[in-house]
Design a protein around this ligand. Structure first.
Ligand code: PLP
Length: 432
């Protein structure tokens, strides 16, 4: 039998750090990562045959749990019909129409990753306005394109990297990084750079520095100020979309307003690589071949990925969202009770069914990147490893959201409940 250690050693001899995305590494929590070979419902199984209750859900996509029968069947049918055609296919319009039925968008363009979606949204904002500057908020993550890596949350926060090397200053100088939830800073930026700001990009509810809900009215303020200055408002729902609620983070606002552009990803591919930029026709129709803003992708709208996304969204019923909501609330209570019983100072923040915990923050709510980073992050490693030992797979970073699925049943919740007391004790004993 291969052990996790052997799998990790083999991987890191050929793949930098042994991972194909740094957030999967155990850098901040220490220890050897488990190498998974199977997933079903709420469970993951590693190469040693150990099963875990999964609270990462492939970082968001597995809304219905792993290997949902309807999604698997749709994928099998699509595979039998051919892997990729390099032409348009009916499945693309079908998924696009479904997205437009759920969210207030008039056009949808599919890409393969959230990074491409936000990159395209930024290019559209610049193409639409003829301006260069983009406002982003510190601690929010919008993928790993050059201009958006400034102060970009979880992956960089976890590894204590200020910003990425290899990004020219000429590019980051076009990104204005402002503190989250700070209306004054946004007003100031529009005053300092009149007619130069192409757009604002924000997560509808930030979930890449832990979950940090927007202050009431903050998103509407961003909508209003961009309208006032002729800038494009981009709401990045790659993580929150079809997840924080049926209508994403935007849905939590019960908003009368809409952003110009949304970006979606994660859930809309149901575990296969799908993301999209979507929004008002007036902006979206600037995309080639209709308009002058270029964007392309060999595997964009891949038929198997479209089938997985469509099956996922059609099975994301009201009942599924109600289950996720209920399990999330139950889990937050369980975690809070366990930490309280062990005397661990903490807080739990949520945006719909997405939540995260922070340590040492009971009296200082996390509202932005500075307050997120000020927490007692050192308590998370021991907490994480106690959960892992007991068969509960959490994200290996305190700066990530917890992902509950519709497949988390009583048995899975019971296993988490049994794991929590020791983990809470471990957090209580942790030293910096
Ligand atoms: C995950 C994420 C992205 C990037 O998506 P990838 O598919 O990993 O490129 C962009 N924005 C947000 C808010 C995300 O959470």
């Amino acid at each position: 039998m291969t052990t996790n250690q052997q799998a990790f050693d083999t991987a890191r001899a050929i793949i930098p750090g042994g991972v194909n995305s740094p957030v999967r590494a155990f850098g901040s929590v220490g220890g050897t990562p488990a190498a998974m070979i199977k997933a079903s419902g709420p469970y993951l199984t590693d190469v040693e045959g150990k099963t875990y209750v999964d609270l990462v859900g492939s970082w968001g996509p597995m809304l219905l749990g792993h290997n949902h029968p309807a999604v698997v069947e749709a994928v099998h049918t699509a595979v039998d019909a051919g892997l990729s055609f390099g032409t348009s296919t009916p499945g693309e319009a079908k998924l696009a129409e479904l997205i437009a039925q759920i969210m207030p968008v008039e056009r949808v363009r599919f890409v393969s990753t959230g990074t491409e979606a936000t990159m395209t949204a930024i290019r559209l904002a610049r193409g639409a306005t003829g301006r260069n500057l983009i406002i982003k908020f510190a601690g929010l993550y919008h993928g790993h394109s050059d201009g958006l890596l400034a102060a970009a949350g979880s992956g960089l926060a976890t590894h204590a990297l200020p910003d990425s090397a290899g990004v020219p200053e000429a590019i980051t100088s076009q990104t204005l990084v402002l503190p989250y939830n700070d209306e004054e800073a946004v007003k100031q930026a529009f005053e300092t750079y009149p007619d130069q700001i192409a757009g604002i990009i924000t997560e509808s509810a930030p979930a890449n520095m832990g979950v940090v809900p927007p202050k009431p009215g903050f998103n509407k303020f961003l909508r209003d100020i961009t309208t006032q200055h002729g800038a494009v408002f981009i709401m990045d729902e790659v993580l929150t979309g079809f997840r924080a609620s049926a209508k994403g983070g935007w849905g939590l606002e019960h908003a009368e307003w809409t952003p110009d552009l949304f970006t979606f990803g994660k859930v809309i591919g149901g575990g296969l690589p799908v993301a999209s930029v979507a929004g008002k026709a007036s902006v979206m129709d600037l995309l080639a071949p209709v308009g002058p803003v270029y964007q392309a992708g060999t595997l964009s709208g891949n038929p198997i990925a479209m089938a997985a996304g469509y099956a996922t969204l059609t099975n994301a019923t009201d009942a599924a969202y109600a289950t996720i909501e209920q399990r999330s609330t139950q889990l937050q209570t369980m975690v809070g009770d366990a930490l309280n019983a062990a005397g661990v100072n903490h807080s739990i923040q949520n945006a719909g069914s997405l939540f995260s915990i922070t340590f040492g923050t009971a009296n200082t709510p996390v509202i932005d990147y500075a307050t997120a980073q000020a927490q007692e992050a050192f308590r998370y490693g021991p907490f994480f490893h106690a959960m892992l030992d007991a068969g509960v797979y959490l994200a290996p970073s305190v700066f990530e959201a917890w992902f509950v699925s519709a497949a988390h049943d009583d048995d899975a919740m019971q296993r988490i409940a049994e794991a929590l007391p020791a983990a809470a004790q471990a957090a209580a004993k942790a030293t910096n």
